[in-house]
Design a protein around this ligand. Structure first.
Ligand code: PLP
Length: 426
């Protein structure tokens, strides 16, 4: 296909699936909303509410300080790094061994993940990720799919993972609570993955962007930070986002929590990608993170999302089946046998104005339009292991984000699902 460009694009970009949200919005653009039937968007994992007024005021104030216009340290403001290390002890337990020296701040968690991958792996190396996944094809790193199944609650298997490890494997990357499935990995499973990674001399990257949305129990999400028999700094690299807990995705703030030895190398990558993370938001959060007021907001926000998960589960028509739920997402099986989830999502957006993402957006290695064959790439040059187990996911599973709609809209989505049949399906 001619692009009209007088130059060639990278193979990485041509063979990477295009971003899912804009694709879903193209379907939604074909829906004709009315005042009674507005578009209902459950596609994007964004907070449905703004940050509290006192945080907005603090960011506004901080952005007026003359020093907030300059660069800061490559790893961010020390006050916020120390505050995050302390705050993590509230989540992971007072005995969690985390200090300011283990924390580097980044311009968002996506960048944190890419920077960690660039620090660990070269082009041609491998990183194992549970399917459905986000991939690393752009970096030339082979994403090896660790397939998860509905009957296992979409939890990855340690044994299957072990079988995928090769001399080129640099890391296992897990996301809990998971995007897109919502599955929450139990502490024992995370310990087993940490043991596996340690025994094989590879890293365990843990994306815990949604950690504050796990229903509160007496137990921490895991005990890896306090396990003295398996020193976490040897194996674990955690990435985190401030976007969801504090409702400020546009301010781009994330973090890497890892051994200072890893951070010393990450510095080279971060200096290249970001120089430093955005400054006013760090200054504002640095003084507010320890406050009860902000903790109350995070807790209330998480409880609101959990309550919405319950509304969604209760109101969902009986022939739609929830496979897993947690963090921002519910992973749901649609009732139309023989119709692929992508077609169902397309019809939902165009015909009844409900925007969601099909599982296939998280399982296919390449965009259908990218034309691998046109590029003359062989099988071995595709980004990742097979999609063999992916077909069932592609056919039936859909991701609903419960975060960016209110309870009323969730009910209206469920009403529309109840009377929805894609055209051509009886
Ligand atoms: C698991 C996970 N990690 C990271 C991100 C991105 O976070 P950030 O906004 O900090 O880049 C998302 C966003 O949806 C996510 O779902």
């Amino acid at each position: 296909m001619s692009t009209g460009l007088g130059f060639r694009l990278s193979r990485g970009v041509r063979t990477t699936i295009s971003p899912p949200i804009p694709r879903a919005y193209e379907w939604a653009a074909q829906y004709k909303p009315t005042p009674n039937r507005p578009l209902l968007d459950m596609s994007q994992g964004v907070p449905g509410i703004p940050p509290p007024q006192f945080l907005r005021d603090a960011i506004a104030e901080a952005s007026r300080y003359p020093n907030s216009f300059g660069y800061t340290r490559w790893d961010g403001e020390p006050t916020l790094r120390a505050a995050l290390a302390d705050e993590m002890k509230l989540s992971y337990g007072r005995d969690a061994d985390i200090t300011v020296d283990d924390v580097a701040l980044t311009a968002g968690c996506n960048l944190a993940f890419v920077a960690v991958a660039m620090t660990l792996a070269d082009a041609g190396d491998e990183v194992i990720l549970p399917v459905p996944w986000m991939d690393l094809n752009l970096l030339g790193i082979k994403t090896v799919g660790l397939h998860t199944a509905p009957e296992d609650g979409f939890l990855p298997s340690v044994e299957k993972c072990e079988a995928l490890i090769t001399p080129r494997t640099k890391a296992i990357a897990l996301v809990t609570p998971n995007n897109p499935t919502g599955a929450i990995y139990p502490p024992s499973l995370l310990s087993a993955f940490a043991n596996l990674a340690a025994s094989k001399g590879i890293a365990l990257i843990l994306d815990e962007t949604y950690r504050d949305f796990v229903p509160s129990t007496d137990r921490p999400p895991h005990t890896l930070f306090s396990n003295t028999s398996l020193p976490w700094r040897n194996t674990l690299i955690q990435v985190y986002s401030f976007s969801k807990s504090y409702c400020l995705p546009g301010h781009r703030l994330g973090a890497v929590i890892a051994s200072p030895h890893l951070l010393a190398s990450l510095k080279t990558v971060l200096d290249c990608l970001q120089i430093c993370p955005p400054r006013p938001v760090q200054i504002a959060l640095g003084s507010l993170l320890p406050s009860d007021e902000l903790r109350e907001f995070v807790k209330g926000n998480a409880e609101g999302v959990q309550a919405r998960h319950r509304v969604f589960r209760e109101q969902l028509p009986g022939d739609w089946e929830v496979g897993a739920q947690g963090g921002y997402f519910a992973f749901v099986k649609h009732p139309f046998g023989g119709v692929r989830s992508e077609e169902v999502c397309q019809a939902l957006a165009r015909e009844v104005g409900v925007v969601t993402l099909p599982a296939s957006f998280f399982t296919r290695e390449t965009d259908e339009n990218d034309g691998l064959a046109e590029l003359g790439l062989g099988e071995e040059e595709k980004s990742g292991e097979g999609t063999s187990d992916a077909s069932e996911l592609d056919e039936r599973w859909i991701r609903f984000s419960v975060a960016n709609v209110d309870d009323e809209k969730v009910k209206r989505v469920c009403e529309r699902l109840a009377s929805f049949v894609p055209r051509g399906v009886e």
